[in-house]
Design a protein around this ligand. Structure first.
Ligand SMILES: [Ca+2]
Ligand SMILES: [Ca+2]
Ligand SMILES: [Ca+2]
Length: 220
């Protein structure tokens, strides 16, 4: 079933829903710009969440409802009005924009159900931090005639993540004072605790810790 809503030139269409309930994954309401249902689609909805307000880009909007004619629900009630084309929808503070000013409440982001037509509400939903594997603990004597030791790490630190490929350039290792510590660098006498961090694209940070202990070595 298809409806075409036409305003006069220079106006746009706004839809406001007062109720909505259709069979999820079977009975869909679609909407798009223009009067041709094969183009301009910017909206798809189904289930029992209340849809956001919609506005068209131009003076016409098409609406289409498709059903499998089984397991009917109460359907939907909407109001379509014509507004000046200067009208815009601005997403509120606790909303995100699916594109085309389709504003959805934040809690529908990363809830495991696709709500935006382009699926963007379920993208970048990674909340799992990378797993960082540190080198072995080091106990080493000072370099000959020196008060420090040159320390090469085995193995080099690595990071794995559930969604991102991380390389050695994504890992940084710091001592407790925030100085960068690298394999092949020099370490003073005593124990240095080193923390290696890696951050994934969704800014989750994982870390591990190991220690480097340098002891005095006396030439025989
Ligand atoms: Ca149905
Ligand atoms: Ca969602
Ligand atoms: Ca991750």
């Amino acid at each position: 079933m298809t409806w075409i809503i036409q305003c006069v030139d220079g106006q746009i269409v706004r839809l406001t829903f007062s109720s909505f309930e259709t069979e999820r994954d079977q009975d869909y309401l679609l909407a798009g710009d223009g009067n041709d249902i094969t183009t301009g689609q910017f909206f798809v909805w189904h289930g029992s969440k209340s849809p956001p307000n919609l506005i068209s880009s131009g003076s016409e909007m098409w609406i289409r409802f498709t059903s499998d004619f089984e397991e009917t629900s109460s359907g939907f009630l909407l109001l379509a009005i014509c507004l000046p084309s200067t009208e815009i929808l601005t997403c509120g503070e606790n909303e995100f924009n699916c594109g085309h000013s389709v504003c959805l409440v934040d809690m529908w982001q990363c809830d495991g159900l696709t709500d935006c037509l382009d699926g963007s509400d379920e993208e970048n939903c990674d909340s799992e931090a990378p797993t960082v594997t540190c080198p072995n603990t080091v106990m080493i004597g000072t370099d000959t005639g020196r008060s420090f030791a040159t320390v090469t790490w085995t193995p080099i630190p690595t990071a794995t993540d559930n969604t991102d490929i991380l390389t050695s350039s994504d890992i940084s290792c710091l001592d407790s004072r925030g100085n960068v510590v690298v394999s092949g660098g020099t370490n003073e006498l005593g124990t240095t605790t080193v923390t290696c961090h890696a951050t994934d694209a969704a800014t989750n940070t994982g870390s591990c810790e190991f220690s480097i202990t340098v002891v005095g070595k006396f030439d025989i």
